[in-house]
Write a protein that binds this ligand. Structure first.
Ligand SMILES: Nc1nc2c(ncn2[C@@H]2O[C@H](COP(=O)(O)OP(=O)(O)OP(=O)(O)O)[C@@H](O)[C@H]2O)c(=O)[nH]1
Ligand SMILES: [Mg+2]
Length: 535
């Protein structure tokens, strides 16, 4: 939590000045320090044992801003680690403090500043966690292997630009811990795999018409006046074979002037968020030559290029507006003008958006596009063998403190849903992890026999059978499910995380398994990247 300091050369600052003409910026920023520290205090009172950062931006406004925050509930400081010679080039906002100071000076300065408010700087060497937090954070790091709900990308391929942290700050441990602690409170179903679909094009191309056709309601105002849509309009809907999508109707990207460029920037911001970029082009009165078509379609070509750059799947809608279908030559010319290629692989469609069958046609076009972009997500989480009416799957779901109160974690829900969809029978079991890990052998035995009773129908089953467990319970489940005589597993088992890795990677689990063999050929001095992939 920190005050937002607009950087003068950005459009946010322009907007700020526009909305607040003649404002006394200094007084405003100082009031932000008060507001921030008040929020720090409220957060401390309401959330209790959490890490709250005294942000550096407080210090940029008020030399004692950080100390104020530390005395009002904050307990984390973020020393600047950027090498001094690079600091001047890494300034998020004007007045960033300590730009010319050296790292050694920083450490002692920080200690003194913290001491000045009667507090002490604590580190345990490797991490920056305060001692009270360490226990929670260690527990949390274990949970993270499965706790996908808090960090699961909202769409198949989410851009993380909004959660990038300054590399100059030590934030790792607090962020890690807080993410997991906050998981059950994730509001508004943020774990939903929603696909973002942006609609882009020039003024009057039919973008708003398109969103209205798709949503089957008057989501946006449609009018012949160019520039009718001034700001991005958002609509949520469900596409039958795709699931939830979020639609962005954007302003025309060809509007000139100051307001025009603001609108364009907003549209581009939506493009960055889009998994799919529908580019709408009015082709009702095309010029004759390729050169003229290229000149006309320059803005669309620009959007196309940006969409590819940002990793959005471009889909092109040529809006005929009731005019005749384009000849194959004209169609090729348009495609070349937008994509720059003679033979593009882009998905496109000619249609009249205001026609009785447009909704059906458009929905199918968008659905197919999304399906192609999310093929990876269509990969089943478990091998086909287990997703059949012949199979029984035992789901071990301990439901610990990390489990949200009203639903299962995303990987658990996903495996359950997929199994049922394929007519596989599931048995869901809540393992009592505390009992299973208890020092009291009687408690352990009680839990073990309850577990074995639940597992018995699966053991008795003749067809394919499988256990899918929460990763946390592997150490318990493995010994419990070994045949006493042979010491071999009674049946195969996997974890929800592994199932997710396969799904998220588009079925490439085998690649990861193959990768493990590289461990045998490691030499001293080799570098190893250890990455967690389940979410
Ligand atoms: N006849 C006909 N007119 C259409 C069709 N699609 C759009 N129009 C008209 O084209 C004009 C612009 O449509 P909009 O959907 O508002 O276009 P837009 O791309 O959202 O435009 P801006 O918001 O200005 O950027 C409106 O007058 C629509 O009625 C169509 O399929 N047939
Ligand atoms: Mg519009």
């Amino acid at each position: 939590m920190g005050p937002y300091i607009p950087e003068d050369d950005t459009w946010v600052a322009e907007d700020f000045n526009h909305v607040n003409p003649g404002i006394d910026k200094k007084a405003h920023l100082e009031s932000m320090v008060q507001l921030t520290t008040r929020m720090n205090a409220l957060a401390r009172i309401t959330l209790g044992n959490v890490n709250i950062a005294a942000t550096t931006s407080l210090q940029a406004i008020n030399p004692l801003g950080r100390e104020l925050a530390l005395s009002r509930g904050a307990n984390v400081v973020m020393p600047i680690l950027t090498p001094t010679e690079q600091r001047a080039q890494y300034q998020l906002y004007p007045g960033k403090p300590c730009v010319s100071h050296g790292a050694d000076g920083c450490a002692s300065c920080l200690k003194m500043r913290i001491a000045s408010v009667g507090k002490e700087l604590l580190t345990d060497g490797s991490w920056s966690d305060p001692p009270h937090f360490k226990k929670a954070a260690l527990g949390a790091s274990l949970m993270l292997t499965l706790n996908s709900s808090s960090v699961f990308p909202a769409a198949g391929r989410r851009k993380f630009s909004t959660i990038q942290h300054s590399s100059a700050h030590i934030q790792h441990s607090p962020a890690r811990g807080m993410q997991t602690q906050a998981a059950p409170k994730t509001p508004n179903g943020a774990d939903v795999m929603r696909t973002n679909v942006g609609i882009f094009g020039c003024m009057n191309a039919g973008k708003s018409t398109l969103i209205n056709v798709l949503t089957d309601q008057e989501t946006s105002i449609v009018d012949a006046t160019p520039g009718t849509t001034a700001d991005t309009k958002i609509a949520m809907m469900e596409l039958h074979d795709v699931g939830p999508i979020k639609l962005f109707d954007t302003a025309g990207i060809d509007e000139t002037g100051g307001l025009g460029s603001k609108k364009t920037r907003k549209a581009i911001a939506s493009l960055k968020e889009s998994d799919v970029a529908v580019i709408v082009l009015d082709v009702s009165s095309l010029p004759a030559t390729q050169l003229e078509i290229e000149a006309l379609a320059k803005p669309e070509a620009d959007i196309y290029k940006k969409a590819v750059h940002y990793g959005s799947l471009p889909l092109i809608v040529m809006n005929l507006k009731g005019k005749e279908t384009l000849s194959p030559e004209a169609e090729r010319a348009v495609l070349k003008a937008i994509t720059g290629s003679e033979n593009p692989s882009v998905r496109y469609r000619q249609m009249t958006l205001m026609s009785p069958n447009a909704r059906k046609e458009l929905t199918k076009f968008v659905e197919d596009g999304i399906a192609s972009s999310k093929k990876a997500m269509m990969v089943p989480s478990l091998p086909k063998k287990y997703l059949s009416s012949e199979s029984v799957i035992f789901l071990n779901i301990p439901m610990d403190a990390e489990t949200p109160s009203t639903r299962l974690l995303r990987p658990q829900a996903l495996v359950q849903e997929e199994a049922i969809r394929h007519f596989a029978t599931t048995i869901a079991y809540r393992m009592d992890l505390n009992a299973a890990r208890s020092d009291d052998p009687a408690k352990v035995e009680k839990e073990r026999s309850r577990f074995m009773r639940a597992l018995q129908p699966v053991l008795d089953h003749d067809g394919p059978k499988l256990i899918v467990t929460d990763s946390q319970a592997v150490d318990i489940l493995h010994p419990w499910t070994l045949e006493p005589e042979t010491n071999k597993p009674m049946m195969p088992f996997t974890t929800f995380s592994i199932a997710m890795i396969n799904k998220i990677s588009g079925g490439r689990l085998q690649d990861f398994i193959d990768g493990v063999s590289a461990l045998d050929s490691l030499k001293e001095g080799d570098h190893v990247l250890v990455a967690e992939a389940c979410n």
